[in-house]
Write a protein that binds this ligand. Structure first.
Ligand code: CO
Length: 134
C-alpha cells in the first residue's frame, strides 16, 4: 500500500544553523526558508536524489513543532511521510486494522498542497507517520 518515502521531517531549534549544516557540511541542495503559517512551521527543503528531508522550525505560538522541541531541545526526527495512491482507501484499511488516525480522521491539505493524514506514533513503533496522496 505505501509507496515512496516522500520525506523525513526533522524539527530543529535553529533553522539557519541546520540549513548550513546540510548545505555546507553534508553538501546537500537546500531551499530558502518557506513560511507555512497554516501549518505553524517554517520549512527548509533538502533535496536528495531519491527523497527529501524537511527541516521544520516553529512558526507562531500554536505551532505543533514548539511542543516537540520543548521535549527534544536539540531537535529530532518529527515524522516520516510515505506516499499512497488513494488516501481514503489507505485510511479505511488502517482503521480496520486498528491503527489510530490523528485528528478527525479526514485528510487535510498538507504542506505540498496534497491530502495528508497522520497516524498515531504508538501504533508505528514510536514514529509519527504521515501519509500523502501522491
Ligand atoms: Co511532512
Amino acid at each position: 500500500m505505501i509507496g515512496k518515502l516522500n520525506h523525513v521531517a526533522i524539527a530543529v531549534p535553529d533553522l539557519a544553523a541546520a540549513t548550513a549544516l546540510y548545505r555546507d557540511t553534508l553538501g546537500a541542495k537546500v531551499s530558502a526558508p518557506v513560511p507555512q503559517p497554516a501549518h505553524g512551521v517554517t520549512v527548509v527543503f533538502v533535496e536528495l536524489p531519491n527523497t527529501k528531508v524537511e527541516l521544520l522550525h516553529p512558526m507562531g505560538e500554536k505551532s505543533p513543532i514548539a511542543g516537540f522541541l520543548e521535549k527534544n531541545p536539540s531537535g529530532g526526527i518529527h515524522h516520516i511521510c510515505y506516499e499512497v495512491e488513494d488516501i481514503l482507501a489507505a485510511r479505511d484499511k488502517l482503521k480496520a486494522s486498528g491503527a489510530r488516525v490523528l485528528g478527525d480522521g479526514e485528510p487535510k491539505i498538507g504542506a505540498h498542497d496534497k491530502p495528508v493524514l497522520f497516524l498515531h506514533p504508538k501504533d508505528f513503533y514510536g514514529t509519527l507517520v504521515e501519509l500523502e496522496q501522491a
